[in-house]
Design a protein around this ligand. Structure first.
Ligand SMILES: *Cc1c(COP(=O)(O)O)cnc(C)c1O
Length: 389
């Protein structure tokens, strides 16, 4: 039998996450591969979800999302980023950031249109671009001498063509932990304006920029001339430790949101009825929630970084997100995939080789991504195991 799968999806096999998580389960390894927290989110949010579940909010919410959540999303962006969006027409609630990304690309890209994106990229980007029949034009992020991930501005400029439809930007960036600097964002914005293309920004880690990062988080939509050409995506999963709820949102000018809505209504229509009011409560939590959340992750980043260094690995700086990168070449390994395949058996820890997020893995052959969004005792156990007997 020939493969029944459409040709454009055949390059996308089972993900490395599935392979490494299965390996972790089989070997009893501490799983620092997949990036989900192992504690629940704020109690106010959980109580609101419980009340909604028992309070008759279990049917289809309105297509764009419940009004109280759209209003909370708009308030939140005004509070933190001074960005104004009309909750009626400029905010759309989606099934996580993943659906927002897919619906946006499917809504905006004709077959053959090009999407400029930075590699390594989050695994759903390439698949969503392929589903739309569009073409990805990756620009490579690679570590400089200090270990900070950078790109060649000429390569970025050269990635634009007459077929470019949009730039897809993720900052703070998974898997590298990079926060794009103001200078880098200015260049990206200038190229969007010069080439008259849209920007789609994945900002799910908007609240996870560490205090010792070189730059604060700056939404691309706040730069000159960018608000009206940018679709800004975020999600509750990472900020409120509820990745299983899949409540995301996209904000932008009315005509773009309306286009995304046209596609989204036939993907999931709606989702997460009782979770929507709960996320509205979470978004309105005081600034102290967001600060403590960041500080807690930063402390765990440092805990894991120290442990990785003590285990003899070279640790690259992590400015944000749930992730930190280590260079494993010091262990005599030339390939991160081989290293990650044997690590659960050898040391009882699972991690993800960074190269799987690249089209051209060359700059990341020996880089490995570790997640630190875990309880302190879990991180300590992983560190103990990595240090060896
Ligand atoms: C986790 C993650 C997503 C997916 O978010 P959901 O809300 O779970 O769909 C998207 N982009 C990046 C960079 C992520 O790390």
């Amino acid at each position: 039998m020939t493969d029944p799968l459409v040709a454009r999806m055949r390059p996308f096999g089972t993900s490395i996450f599935a392979e490494m998580s299965a390996l972790a389960v089989r070997t009893g390894a501490v799983n620092l591969g997949q990036g989900f927290p192992d504690t629940d989110g704020p109690p106010e949010m959980l109580a609101a979800a419980e009340a909604a579940l028992r309070g008759g909010r279990n049917q289809y919410p309105p297509g764009p999302g419940i009004p109280e959540l759209r209003a909370a999303v708009a308030r939140h962006q005004r509070r933190f980023w001074d960005l104004g969006y009309d909750p009626d027409g400029e905010v759309l609630i989606t099934a996580g950031a993943t659906e927002a990304i897919a619906a946006t690309i499917l809504a905006l890209c004709e077959p053959g249109d090009e999407v400029v994106c930075f590699e390594p990229f989050y695994d759903s980007y390439a698949a969503s671009i392929a589903l739309a029949g569009a073409v990805r034009r990756p620009v490579t992020l690679f570590p400089d001498e200090s270990g900070r991930f950078v790109f060649d501005p000429d390569r970025l400029r050269a990635a634009f063509s007459g077929r470019t439809r949009l730039v897809l930007l993720n900052s703070p960036h998974n898997p590298t932990g990079k926060v794009f600097s103001p200078a880098e964002l200015s260049l990206i914005a200038a190229l969007c304006r010069e080439n008259d293309v849209y920007a789609v920004t994945d900002e799910v880690y908007e609240h996870l920029v560490f205090t010792d990062s070189g730059a604060p988080h700056v939404p691309l939509a706040t730069l000159d001339g960018m608000r009206d050409r940018t679709l800004r995506i975020s999600s509750a999963g990472k900020t409120f430790s509820c990745t299983g709820w899949k409540i995301g949102w996209v904000s932008g000018p009315k005509d773009l949101i309306s286009a995304v809505m046209r596609v989204k209504q036939f993907l999931t229509f709606v989702n997460g009825g009782p979770f929507q009011p709960a996320v509205a409560v979470a978004l309105d939590l005081p600034d102290t929630y967001y600060r403590d959340f960041r500080d807690g992750l930063q402390a765990r980043r440092d805990r894991l970084a120290d442990g990785l260094a003590r285990a003899g690995l070279r640790v690259l700086p992590s400015e944000g997100t749930y992730f930190i990168t280590a260079d494993v070449s010091s262990t005599g390994t030339a390939d991160g995939i081989a290293f990650c395949r044997e690590l659960p058996e050898r040391a009882g820890v699972a991690a993800i080789p960074t190269q799987v997020f690249y089209d051209d893995p060359e700059p990341a052959r020996t880089l490995v991504r570790f997640a630190f969004c875990k309880r302190e005792e879990v991180i300590d156990e992983a560190v103990r195991r990595l240090a060896g007997p």
